[in-house]
Design a protein around this ligand. Structure first.
Ligand code: HEC
Length: 294
């Protein structure tokens, strides 16, 4: 009962804070026109979250069939796709995938001193279609499709709210362990293509996006309404724009933080260890001091 009494006031304080945060409905934007970023329930969010292996597999399929034609993923090696805590594909399947990857590896020099191209192996990085940034820009109308390996860590949602809403929100984020700003941004970006509003000055070759800073982006909508890929029967979800966007975001979140599963599991083990140690120390102390009158 004492525990309840101490928790009750804390609960009401949290409830008031929560109400303030929710009704405040702050406009959050990465810049440009203020846009509201929705927070999604990612399986890997919070203190105990873990990646959903089927989702990572679907997400890789979206990356491979859609994004890989413009974006590299060079901090991920083919062998990482086999490792625990990731999509955990079969090693033989990934070997075959690497050998068929359209972007070859430049290796060498050979015995004649010349560089040569070869098929990627398990130990090679997942290469994009361009040799360098200049080639990418010259083909992409001056724009540069960034490497996506760390994109969910390199982007976030920016809070434009006033300080009295901002501060409790920060507190909420700390308490709930919110670290999915990059994923929320990426999902919003992929699903945020719209008709430009009247009077908006859209430059030639650019596309209107409600969430991109400045609202015009050189990347055309990569995933169309209805979805871009066909999932297999047993993939665990049906293909649609929203589902493809969610899955590729989860996959890229894994690419940027591949040891998350292991780390969070270890965290719980450490907590359990500390709790047991605390109990042992408490009872040991009671026993030792029970012989002393006080
Ligand atoms: C036809 C080429 C093409 C395809 C396919 C493509 N992109 Fe892009 N992407 C680009 C270009 C070009 C840019 C640079 C846009 C700019 O700077 O205006 C870009 C930029 C981005 C950015 C950076 C946005 C920012 O905040 O700076 C992200 C994230 C991104 N793409 C994700 C994806 C994902 C995920 C897919 C697959 C579902 C994808 N792209 C498919 C060409 C492409």
């Amino acid at each position: 009962m004492t525990a309840y009494r101490t928790v009750a006031p804390l609960r009401s304080v949290l409830a008031v804070l929560g109400a303030l945060i929710c009704t405040g409905a702050p406009a959050m934007a990465a810049g440009g026109e203020a846009a509201h970023f929705e927070r999604h329930e990612w399986s890997f969010a919070g203190v105990g979250g873990q990646y959903d292996r089927n989702q990572l597999r679907r997400g890789f399929q979206v990356y491979k069939e859609v994004c890989a034609s413009c974006h590299a993923l060079e901090r991920v090696k083919f062998r990482n796709l086999v490792q625990k805590g990731g999509p955990e594909f079969d090693e033989e399947a990934v070997k075959a995938l690497a050998a068929e990857w359209p972007n070859k590896i430049t290796d060498g020099p050979n015995d004649e001193g010349a560089m040569f191209e070869r098929e990627p192996k398990l130990s090679d990085k997942i290469k994009g279609p361009y040799k360098n940034e200049q080639e990418a820009r010259s083909i992409q109308n001056g724009a540069y499709p960034p490497d996506l390996s760390l994109i969910t860590r390199a982007r976030s949602v920016h809070n434009e709210a006033s300080w009295y809403i901002h501060v409790p929100m920060m507190l909420r984020d700390v308490l709930t362990g919110y670290a999915e700003g990059g994923s929320d941004y990426l999902y919003a970006l992929l699903t945020g293509y719209k008709e430009a509003p009247q009077g908006f000055n859209l430059a030639e070759g650019m596309n209107y996006n409600a969430y991109f800073p400045g609202n015009q982006i050189a990347m055309a909508q990569p995933i169309p309404e209805g979805g871009a890929v066909e999932y297999q029967e047993n993939a665990g979800a049906k293909s649609s724009l929203e589902q493809n966007a969610k899955d590729v975001t989860a996959f890229l979140a894994w690419a940027a933080d591949p040891s998350l599963n292991e780390r969070k599991q270890l965290g719980w083990t450490v907590m359990l260890y500390l709790i047991i140690t605390t109990l042992l120390l408490y009872f040991a102390k009671k026993r030792i001091w029970s012989r002393v009158k006080h």
